[in-house]
Design a protein around this ligand. Structure first.
Ligand code: SF4
Length: 301
């Protein structure tokens, strides 16, 4: 499960009575079961409220408003209530608005109310991190990857993560300076002539693929590669990042799945976590479990 700061999802809970909507957060997290939290509202603070900043360090940290009143206990309460929600819902990832004295994870204001930022974390972000929750700044979070990690973990699928330079083609993947023992795949996103059926074809990366032959053999008629617009619409990813894991974004199960009949079920298999600068390796059994958990049946090809 993922939690996200309410203000970045468009809720007007900031100190100035406004929201701080982030298009990327709203787009990536739509249709997902995520928990919106505002620690300051949960602490019972009103909206609007005075601007507040953290002064001091470590155990000496205090939260003061611009007019000099202390709100430290309110911020501790808001952080604790957020942590309680995380524990109750097995939250592993938090996407929080940066620079806030509660939610900031990279930067906070310097405590002098002069608009200057310093490296640091807000009260909630630091408590969640202490508890082992991975905290990301909403402004720069790798949403696509977080969604995949969270999905796999929630479904009991363990993975080995390989970080590398972005790769866009199978040839580039073959040349990567990273040793991945698992079977690598090419993931092809196709459409029929009418444009009302779409197919994700997952093949061993060296297997030759003939579009015409594939369409004929599987009774699908004339096929073509689907546009980037259709890729975004149905699988929620960009060209160069097509992956079996993108099926988590196809909530309506519109896409039909074909899997290489020659995959070796004894060997691990690998895919990008919907962003092409990482590869995740899972067992073949977990790959099948993943496909089924997303609600798909698949054809062998
Ligand atoms: Fe947004 Fe967090 Fe501030 Fe609430 S406490 S307004 S969620 S940044």
């Amino acid at each position: 499960m993922i939690i996200v700061s309410s203000c970045v999802m468009g809720e007007a809970c900031r100190y100035d009575g406004k929201a701080y909507p982030l298009d990327q957060a709203i787009e990536e997290l739509k249709n997902m079961e995520v928990i919106h939290i505002c620690p300051e509202i949960m602490a019972g603070l009103p909206t609007p409220r005075m601007p507040m900043e953290i002064v001091g360090e470590g155990k000496e940290r205090k939260v003061l408003s611009k007019d000099g009143k202390e709100y430290t206990q309110d911020f501790i309460d808001g952080a604790q209530k957020t942590l309680d929600i995380c524990k109750e819902h097995n939250v592993r990832y938090a996407i929080l608005k940066d620079k806030s004295p509660s939610c900031g994870s990279q930067q906070i204001y310097n405590g002098q109310f002069e608009g200057k930022l310093i490296p640091g974390m807000g009260m909630t972000a630091s408590l969640l991190q202490e508890y082992g929750i991975q905290v990301f700044a909403a402004e720069t979070a790798p949403y696509k990857k977080i969604k995949v990690y969270d999905y796999l973990e929630q479904h009991g699928i363990s993975y080995i993560k390989h970080e590398h330079e972005p790769v866009y083609t199978v040839e580039q993947a073959n040349e990567m300076d990273v040793s991945i023992q698992a079977q690598q795949c090419k993931n092809l996103f196709l459409r029929n002539k009418k444009g009302d059926r779409h197919f994700l074809v997952i093949l061993e990366h060296n297997r030759r693929f003939d579009l015409k032959q594939f369409g004929e053999e599987n009774g699908l008629g004339r096929l073509s590669f689907a546009s980037s617009k259709r890729l975004k619409k149905y699988l929620g990813v960009e060209p160069g990042s097509v992956s079996a894991f993108a099926l988590i974004n196809d909530g309506n199960h519109h896409v039909e799945v074909y899997i290489d009949r020659d995959f070796n079920s004894e060997q691990n298999i690998s895919f990008h976590p919907n962003q092409n600068d990482e590869t995740l390796e899972i067992t073949y059994q977990d790959f099948e479990k993943f496909i089924k958990s997303c609600g798909y049946t698949y054809q062998k090809c």
